[in-house]
Design a protein around this ligand. Structure first.
Ligand code: ADP
Ligand code: ZN
Length: 292
């Protein structure tokens, strides 16, 4: 049996066919242009491959309420041309197989929860710190949705007193997580790409403070048992230990549960990089097939 898997990002679309054993048997990457051009190319990849189901892990925000008319549509994205696009409907009509959709980060959270760093964690969070910041949540192996999906990147934070750019770069909010701590925020604040900043630069003190506030929310609000931090900015080796250290300070010795006491085990890197999202799409495809 073959499953179609899509990891759809703002810059590229990763397309794959995976077999029952979770092996990638065919893969292609195409740039994300306008939907009228990109979606038909994606469809061509899957057509004629006799897939049993399709899983779509896609950049958000997405409508994810199955009862709503905007289910599977891209909502208010700044990505030109994509707002209002019915991604789920396009593939359902084009392939005529069961299709499941979720955000790229919910999918990555699902992938890590089933096969990777969050195995065994009843509540897990996956956060990508890259061009944007997004986070997905799993509870008991299922992605958390509520009205749509968590918007982890846009929680307001307490701005660090030494931050020369307290407003951040988000067009919607002043001082939200993505606006303060994404790769472009770091670059705008210091005038140098994040990857080129020296390890002892104050940028990392600010960055670890912001990410630690986020981890503290995950621990306080959700009692998360695993917080997986991925994305390009986390390639900076020194950052993760600094985030754990600062999180411990924010917790102030208040939480006594094992997840809060052992942050080395709780705040971790992805195990499935760079396939967390694609494995999540595989789970979405399998779930879609089971639900038919
Ligand atoms: P995207 O979010 O677009 O999918 P990435 O997760 O790779 O892509 O994140 C890209 C961001 O990560 C860029 O803003 C870049 O500056 C930053 N980045 C990449 N490598 C590093 C590094 N070694 N240290 C810090 N930041 C990095
Ligand atoms: Zn915001």
């Amino acid at each position: 049996m073959l499953f179609g898997c899509i990891e759809g990002g703002g810059t590229k679309m990763v397309l794959a066919l995976m077999d029952d054993e979770r092996r990638v048997v065919k893969r292609e990457v195409i740039p994300t242009a306008f939907p009228g051009e990109t979606l038909p190319k994606m469809l061509d990849f899957f057509r004629g491959e006799s897939i049993s189901a399709l899983g779509i892990a896609f950049f958000g925000p997405l409508g994810l309420d199955p009862e709503s008319a905007d289910h599977g549509h891209v909502l208010a994205t700044p990505k030109p041309g994509w707002e209002g696009t019915d991604v789920l409907g396009f593939f359902r009509r084009g392939l005529n197989v069961p299709c499941g959709i979720d955000t790229d980060v919910n999918a990555a959270a699902l992938g890590e929860a089933r096969y990777g760093a969050s195995r065994g964690a009843g509540v897990s969070v996956y956060v990508t710190v890259g061009t944007g910041i997004g986070g997905g949540v799993t509870v008991g192996g299922k992605a958390l949705h509520g009205g749509a999906h968590p918007e982890w990147g846009h929680i307001p934070l307490r701005v660090h007193p030494e931050d020369p750019m307290p407003e951040g770069v988000c067009p919607f909010h002043r001082g939200c997580l993505e606006g303060l701590a994404s790769g472009p925020a770091i670059e705008k604040r210091w005038g140098i790409p994040a990857a080129m900043l020296p390890g002892d630069h104050i940028a990392w003190k600010l960055e670890s403070d912001y990410l630690a506030q986020m981890c503290t929310h995950a621990l306080m609000l959700l009692s998360a048992q695993r917080i997986v931090l991925g994305g390009g900015v986390m390639h900076r080796e020194e950052l993760l230990p600094m985030v754990r250290e600062r999180t411990k300070e924010y917790l102030g010795g208040y939480l006594r549960s094992p997840n809060a006491l052992d942050l080395e085990k709780t705040i971790v890197r992805p195990e499935l990089f760079p396939l967390s999202g694609l494995y999540g799409a595989y789970i979405l495809a399998k779930n879609a097939l089971e639900e038919t």
